[in-house]
Write a protein that binds this ligand. Structure first.
Ligand SMILES: *Cc1c(COP(=O)(O)O)cnc(C)c1O
Length: 339
């Protein structure tokens, strides 16, 4: 069995999830008539403390719709230099929304320093884009943003008349790690995007949460973006199944990632750089990286190689204790020098 640690997006729906999908009641979601989509949206809105929610195909689209619903043409959002919503979404806000990003280098813990953010808020003057929004990401590279920081970011946004958006692709990983309800994190934000297709194990889908006005605008932009889908209830059924059965178990992924990090502590050629929640970053000497890739591929283990630091591994639903033990064994067997 190959072991795929590239990302938590690679999970496949379990037999029970597929059964739930088969039984889903469906309708046309563009007409607002898919009962399973409506149930998913109502459930997450209630659970996370928002008025409304919108089920969308991807986290990228969810962030885009949030940016386009908060900001107009010529507006600006403050965002981490290494945030997904700046760096990994094809420049969508600028390309499709005419919204200017103002990237800010994040601190090592993933926070955007608020004194830097303050200096980046533009004066009201025709020379400048209008600063409208601060966008945070939690978890970021597996790191959980400190709760105190979220409250400070909220106060900062209130003081400057900015909205606050969370790219919470892995919000539930953060909540499980902190042992708080996800709502305790979400309550600081005007909008939150959550991925069901990462560690929660659904095949497709993200949900954007916000107040009624914001979600109405987002629903319009979703249609414009070609994301108005029809009998999406089968996908919503998978998402509902994931919320029922795959949230608490994220703690198992975190424990397994920590165990893998511990098992690699005295590996000769692999140095653990960071491990947070379900992610593990390790470094291999640059001149050994090609050999490392060949070594792991030959053993049927896939990871993200060539990211910074050199290797990322992500633990998820389809990675069990045996896969962790096997990965540790293969990585520990990789020699520091070519034979
Ligand atoms: C995966 C991810 C997204 C978007 O995911 P899609 O692949 O577009 O569904 C957004 N933000 C973060 C932090 C992510 O990890």
């Amino acid at each position: 069995m190959p072991i795929d640690l590239r990302s938590d997006t690679v999970t496949r729906p379990t037999a029970a999830m597929r059964a739930a999908m088969l039984e889903a009641e469906v309708g046309d979601d563009v007409y607002g008539e898919d009962p399973t989509v409506n149930a998913l949206q109502a459930r997450l809105a209630g659970e996370l403390g928002f008025e409304d929610a919108l089920f969308v195909p991807t986290g990228t689209q969810s962030n885009l719709l949030a940016l386009m619903s908060h900001c107009a043409r010529g507006d600006e959002y403050l965002v981490g230099m290494d945030a997904h919503a700046y760096r990994y979404e094809g420049g969508g806000a600028a390309v499709l929304g005419a919204i200017q990003p103002q990237p800010i280098v994040q601190a090592d813990d993933g926070t955007i320093p608020l004194d830097v953010a303050r200096a980046m808020v533009k004066p009201v003057d025709p020379h400048f884009a209008r600063t409208r929004l601060l966008c945070l990401e939690n978890t970021w590279h597996g790191r959980v943003l400190p709760m105190d920081y979220l409250a400070e970011a909220r106060a900062f946004c209130d003081a400057h008349g900015l909205a606050l958006h969370l790219d919470g692709a892995r919000l539930f990983n953060a909540a499980v790690a902190l042992e708080v309800p996800a709502r305790a994190i979400a309550r600081h934000f005007d909008s939150v995007s959550v991925c069901l297709s990462k560690g929660l194990g659904a095949p497709v889908g993200s949900v954007l949460l916000g107040n009624r006005d914001l979600i109405e605008r987002a629903r319009r932009w979703r249609k414009v973006a070609g994301g108005g889908w029809r009998q999406a209830g089968m996908l919503a059924a998978a998402a509902l199944y994931a919320l029922d059965h795959h949230v608490a178990r994220l703690a198992d992924d975190h424990a397994r990632a920590a165990r893998l990090a511990a098992l690699l502590e005295d590996a000769p050629a692999v140095r653990v750089v960071a491990q947070h929640t379900n992610m593990l970053f390790v470094e291999v000497a640059p001149e050994r990286l090609a050999a490392f890739r060949a070594h792991t591929e030959a053993a049927g283990i896939a990871m993200s190689i060539g990211t910074l630091p050199s290797v990322r591994m992500v633990v998820h639903l389809d990675i069990d204790d045996a896969a962790i033990a096997r990965t540790a064994e293969v990585l520990r067997a990789f020699p520091a020098r070519a034979a």
